[in-house]
Design a protein around this ligand. Structure first.
Ligand code: AHG
Ligand code: MN
Ligand code: MN
Length: 330
């Protein structure tokens, strides 16, 4: 496609490949792009208006809520509640399902999202992002139900993120490859910049919070020691931002592995299955990579609750397979 292809044009051309498509889905992704632009604008003004820092309250995960988490969560709702594509939403920052209000038309999809991933990095001007996942609803009534959200990640019809980095990017998949768009601030549009992203089969980056090493299981310790030893002829580089979406994006483009394993302190790790692991696992697989708990494929997990956590090992397929061998041998 030509340089200068807008996200809107790309979505329309993709839609035309599916005769009979209602355009519902194209509209939904366009809404998410608008929400991303609005959050981006809020982020870039964050240093000027007093919205940096914590609200002083905790979210349902018991973590400190940053003001911009709340702003981003509200922005997603405002941009998506009235456009007729959704029946409900669930977010890391909301305890329960958000139902599309009665006055608005209802759609056939549910949206799950992490409004601001990596938000503890905001105060130090480091990249953060919005992660999203879309499922077709299962229920048939006029309200979304829990079963609409508690589906295995393999059922996702779309997933992606908007990364607020040195430039703002939207990266998504609908199950036919992974495409990346960069926001041209002058035009105010996302332009196709990374068509059909493929993650290298093997990379030399590893990303893990080594501050947790004293809690690690043997498989994690042995694997990380193996990487550091240079065995296999690769000199690995440690890279850990502490913003999953930014760590993932870098490894997606350059190749490598990100790990947030379960350990003796947090047996299920830290990251959330529905808002973080599933969408990134869908992207990783669509780019030719892999995502695992160390034992099982992430996309096969059957969620039992909205805010469920899962260990996550994600990235280049050979690296993830190697990590799984260490888990199996531990
Ligand atoms: P969030 O800001 O949405 O709560 O997510 C933070 C997550 C993730 O972005 C990152 O990879 C991880 O927390 C970092 O955790 P540690 O500080 O424990 O390494
Ligand atoms: Mn997050
Ligand atoms: Mn978050």
């Amino acid at each position: 496609m030509d340089i200068g292809t807008t996200l809107t044009r790309f979505l329309l051309e993709e839609q035309r490949k599916f005769p009979g498509s209602t355009g519902d889905f194209t509209g939904l992704l366009a809404d998410i792009a608008i929400a991303g632009k609005m959050i981006c604008r809020g982020m870039s003004k964050a240093g000027l208006i007093d919205i940096l820092g914590a609200t002083g309250s905790s979210n349902v995960q018991g973590e400190e809520v940053q003001k911009l988490d709340v702003v981003a969560n509200d922005t997603m709702i405002r941009a998506l509640d009235h456009t007729g594509h959704l029946i409900g939403m669930a977010s890391e920052e909301m305890e329960d399902i958000f139902q599309i209000p009665d006055e608005f038309p209802k759609g056939k999809y549910v949206l799950m999202y992490d409004p601001l991933d990596g938000s503890s990095n905001i105060d130090v001007n480091i990249s953060v992002g919005t992660i999203f996942s879309i499922l077709r609803r299962k229920s048939t009534g006029n309200k979304a139900t829990l079963e609409d959200f508690l589906q295995p990640g393999a059922e996702q019809v779309c997933a992606g993120y908007v990364l607020y980095g040195t430039s703002t990017m939207m990266v998504y998949t609908t199950g036919t490859g992974v495409h990346g768009f960069t926001l041209d601030p002058g035009v105010g549009e996302f332009l196709l910049s990374h068509e059909d992203i493929r993650i290298p089969d093997r990379g030399d980056l590893y990303s893990i919070n080594e501050g947790n090493a004293r809690y690690w299981h043997k498989g994690t310790t042995d694997y990380i020691n193996h990487l550091k030893s240079g065995a296999g002829g690769t000199s690995f580089k440690g890279r850990y931002i502490g913003s999953l979406v930014a760590d993932f994006h870098r490894n997606l483009l350059k190749g490598g592995i990100f790990l947030y394993p379960g350990d003796t302190k947090s047996p299920d790790g830290k990251l959330r299955l529905l808002y973080e692991a599933n969408p990134l696992a869908f992207l990783a697989e669509q780019a030719g990579g892999a995502a695992s708990t160390g034992e099982k494929r992430i996309l096969d997990l059957m969620p039992t609750k909205l805010h469920q956590r899962t260990p996550l090992i994600i990235g280049s397929k050979d690296n993830v397979a190697e990590a799984e061998r260490f888990w199996a041998g531990a």
